[in-house]
Design a protein around this ligand. Structure first.
Ligand SMILES: NC(=O)c1ccc[n+]([C@@H]2O[C@H](COP(=O)([O-])OP(=O)(O)OC[C@H]3O[C@@H](n4cnc5c(N)ncnc54)[C@H](OP(=O)(O)O)[C@@H]3O)[C@@H](O)[C@H]2O)c1
Length: 241
């Protein structure tokens, strides 16, 4: 099967990733959606299919290099091209510095940062082919406002998300002239399952909507090849940076 435009979205089974997948579907992209838990992902994929979008879902753990290769290869086999890559899967585990567990350290770096490097590497052939065609390939890397300033007790998450911003900057320098543009999204609290832990202090209705973040992707798809947007911050009214 071939498609006019195609995208991979990781962490697409809920929250920000699912909202971005919807926008890409609306914009005519055939989708590969990936996330860890198969059942939750399948339910999300069925919703997207019911909305009329072309969707292939693949349960995969992005902390595993072979699984990343499998997602990219399955996408290539099905659609033959990659115009938008959304590296969105992420996890945050809080801990005071003296109590950081090595397993959780590795897990957070693996999912939030290492997987992004591997997705780029594995996708380069398809990204370059699409860029040669239309000079407007987009890679979205979901960082966080914690990627702009360090957060106490979320130090490993903050470090990984700063890494995502740095990696995005490096990719723009390395690949920008070829027509491969990268954007780091840096949101504060968004109403998703990830922020359930804090909803006692910050009500869900006062949080940024996942659709607010996804709308930025529509904008990024529309800007001309002459314009790169390296990062976007999303904060709540009155929130200090
Ligand atoms: N919500 C916020 O306030 C906020 C703010 C700033 C940045 N972010 C970032 O936004 C991104 C999306 O988070 P969200 O808020 O939308 O939370 P979410 O609804 O919990 O979504 C996280 C997604 O990532 C997937 N995922 C987690 N670990 C994975 C793994 N090892 N392999 C594959 N998929 C995995 C989840 O699938 P499973 O559930 O199956 O694991 C889920 O689809 C993350 O990178 C997060 O750090 C969120």
């Amino acid at each position: 099967m071939s498609a006019a435009r195609a995208a991979i979205v990781t962490g697409a089974s809920s929250g920000i990733g699912l909202a971005i997948a919807k926008v890409l579907g609306e914009e005519g992209y055939a989708l590969t959606v990936a996330a860890r838990r198969a059942e939750k992902l399948e339910a999300a994929a069925q919703g997207l299919i019911a909305d009329g979008y072309e969707v292939h879902s693949l349960a995969a753990n992005v902390s595993d290099e072979d699984e990343i290769k499998r997602v990219v290869e399955a996408h290539r086999e099905r659609y033959g091209r990659l115009d938008v890559l959304v590296n969105n899967a992420g996890v945050g585990v809080g801990a005071p510095v003296a109590e950081i567990e090595t397993k959780r350290l590795d897990m957070q770096l693996g999912i939030n940062l290492r997987s992004i490097v591997l997705f780029y590497r594995e996708s380069m052939t398809m990204l370059r082919a699409a860029a040669a065609e239309h000079k407007n390939v987009l890679v979205i890397n979901t960082s966080s406002i914690s990627g702009k300033h360090g957060e106490a007790w979320l130090s490993v998450y903050s470090a990984a998300k700063h890494g995502v911003v740095g990696w995005t900057e490096a990719m723009n320098k390395e690949l920008g002239k070829e027509g491969i543009k990268s954007t780091a999204l840096c949101p504060a609290f968004v109403d998703t399952p990830m922020t359930d832990f804090v909803k006692g202090q910050v009500p869900a209705e006062e949080m940024i909507r996942p659709e607010d973040i996804a709308e930025s992707v529509r904008f990024l798809l529309r800007v001309s090849p002459a314009c790169v947007v390296p990062e976007m911050m999303f904060v709540r009214p009155g929130e200090a940076l």
